[in-house]
Ligand binder design. Structure first.
Ligand SMILES: O=C(O)CCC(=O)C(=O)O
Length: 273
């Protein structure tokens, strides 16, 4: 391909492959899309397990005395892979981690992984309000601190409320004026089996689902290890024996705060050996 013509340019960002291209899109716009490379039958199977997990999660919660509707939690399945372990495969999708390592470097952790249901013909959906995934934060950062990989389990369309974004809003501290939001907002239309990859500081929201069918997704927030997880995942996962060391690192194993100066000194001793 011929090089894009330019003048007065001394520095450029190179791109070795598609991951570098998508990473630069996320840096510039705050969002991009990455296909997970799954077959139709794999996607059907995930769909089936998602619906079963929703039922089980609801039944477990009500057996423990929670009314999910009342506490505004009916549209989320918190820590979905702990209910249905098949979903760890999506958490550790190889292509996703290629992209994450370009954006977040060599050490990042899973902050949350929640099934999300934007219900058909229902106007109330918690995620339909504009927000950052690091809420209440108003600063800019020269590199991403956190990435949300929102996995589309159904096609995201205009009609079923595909995710809306305000491109570039991660580069500004404050939420833009409403008129600017109306002029700039974009809906991210993707096929099922795609990750919508968001810089967590870009303002985004779900849309209104005007169809009769649910729009289902799974959000995966990954952050630099200095940020606190939504769930202390290593406490919730009962048996970690199936995870590799790298996977455990991503789940946040070994990140405990030191409980005493002795603990700190002992850790230095181990490192020195
Ligand atoms: O439902 C959507 O498309 C948006 C989900 C969302 O806002 C989030 O995961 O933070």
């Amino acid at each position: 391909m011929t090089e894009i013509s330019r003048y007065g340019v001394l520095e450029t960002t190179g791109a070795r492959d598609v991951y570098d291209v998508l990473a630069e899109e996320v840096r510039l716009l705050g969002y991009s899309a990455l296909e997970a490379a799954l077959s139709e039958s794999e996607l059907d199977n995930y769909s089936k397990h998602f619906d079963e997990a929703e039922l089980q999660y609801g039944a477990d919660a009500s057996a423990r005395g929670y009314n999910l509707e009342e506490i505004n939690e009916r549209d989320a399945i918190r820590l979905l892979p702990t209910i249905s372990p098949l979903f760890w495969e999506i958490v550790f999708n190889e292509r996703l981690h290629q992209l994450l390592s370009r954006l977040l470097g060599g050490y990042y952790i899973l902050n949350q992984v929640n099934g999300l249901i934007n219900r058909g013909n229902q106007s109330k959906y918690h995620q339909a309000q504009y927000h950052r995934d690091l809420p209440y934060q108003h600063f800019t950062s020269s590199r991403p601190l956190a990435i949300n990989a929102l996995f589309a389990l159904d096609d995201f369309t205009i009609e079923n409320g595909a995710t809306r974004v305000i491109p570039g809003s991660h580069h500004r501290e404050a939420f833009p004026p409403d008129e600017v939001v109306r002029r700039l907002e974009k809906q991210v239309i993707v096929k099922r089996g795609t990750f919508v990859v968001l810089d967590c500081m870009v303002y985004h929201a779900g849309g209104t689902n005007m169809t009769a069918r649910n729009r289902r997704a799974i959000n995966h927030v990954f952050t630099i290890p200095m940020l606190r997880q939504q769930f202390h995942i290593s406490s919730v996962v009962a048996d970690a024996s199936g995870f590799s060391d790298q996977q455990k690192k991503i789940l946040g194993y070994g990140l405990e705060e030191f409980r005493s100066v002795d603990d700190w000194l002992r850790s230095r001793q181990t490192k020195a050996i």
